[in-house]
Design a protein around this ligand. Structure first.
Ligand code: CO
Length: 287
């Protein structure tokens, strides 16, 4: 594990998140906010580990704007800002929820933030992932909310955003353990609904699912994005990029991330940090 690079990625991810929180205001465009955050990450010497996600209200995750996007933040919107930075493949992944101009969903936001805090406090070498899930579920329950059961935290590997571990937001009975040397993200999703998301239509985020024998533009794109998710708007320099991406998904070269919706359109809040466990400490890189 490269501690130094993980810490650097964490620091930049945190700063980018704090910048994003300030930028999300009524009337501002999603495109402008995503681009400014990603530029901040690049200017700070890292790269985005995945496209800035700006998912609204009952959308839990995976909306990232396209070039010419006509979505603007509206008063009352509940926005999940989820972003990542990487330094030489060492990733930070962090999220915060912002309510635009109102405070109707303050307790939902607080529930997910507090669930994350309590989950972090519970970490020790050898803790099972189900125990962390139980802490998240109980904290959300205390506020009167449910976790989203089919969204989870995850292990982090070099150039690998979802590596090994699954960290549930409820007690799923898993016996997987968190051990020193592991890097991972915990991300409680709180909802006033039952707690399941389903797949909506495709968003604007892709990842390579085939790595070998890539030709032409796909080979160049793989060279650029490697095994990390990327945005359609990062591909404008490739000729006919929109059809290239569509065709890549159709051929199974690319995976096209669907936007995830709370099943009955209930509201969703999310908070996320990246954590490193060493022999004698719990390091939250994005705090
Ligand atoms: Co994550």
């Amino acid at each position: 594990m490269s501690l130094k690079k993980y810490l650097e990625a964490g620091k930049i991810g945190k700063e980018a998140r704090e910048l994003g929180k300030e930028l999300i205001r009524e009337g501002v465009s999603y495109y402008e906010v995503a681009e400014k955050i990603e530029r901040y990450i690049r200017d700070a010497g890292a790269k985005p580990a995945f496209p800035v996600n700006l998912s609204a209200n009952y959308e839990a995750a995976h909306y990232s704007p396209v070039k010419g996007d006509n979505r603007y933040f509206r008063r009352g919107d509940l926005i999940k800002l989820d972003l990542g930075a990487h330094v030489d493949g060492y990733i930070s992944d962090t999220a915060v929820t912002v309510e635009v101009g109102t405070n109707k969903w303050e307790s939902l936001i607080e529930a997910s933030a507090e669930a994350l805090n309590n989950a972090i406090k519970s970490i020790r070498p050898g803790i099972t992932t189900r125990e962390i899930g139980k802490v998240v579920e109980e904290t959300l329950g205390f506020y009167g909310y449910n976790p989203i059961r089919n969204l989870t935290g995850h292990g982090l590997g070099r150039y690998d955003l979802h590596h090994g571990l699954v960290i549930p937001n409820y007690d799923d009975g898993s016996k997987d353990k968190i051990l020193p040397g592991m890097a991972f993200a915990i991300e409680p999703f709180a909802t006033n609904g039952k707690g399941y998301v389903h797949e909506g239509k495709g968003g604007n985020i892709y990842i390579f699912r085939k790595w070998n024998n890539l030709k032409g533009a796909y080979a160049q794109m793989f060279e650029e994005f490697k095994t990390l998710p990327f945005a359609a708007r990062w591909c404008t320099k490739y000729e006919n990029y929109e059809s290239l991406l569509k065709k890549g998904a159709f051929l199974g070269i690319l995976y096209h991330f669907p936007i995830l919706h709370e099943r009955k359109k209930f509201m969703v809040a999310q908070t996320e940090h990246t954590i490193l466990l060493t022999e004698d400490s719990v390091i939250v890189t994005t705090r």
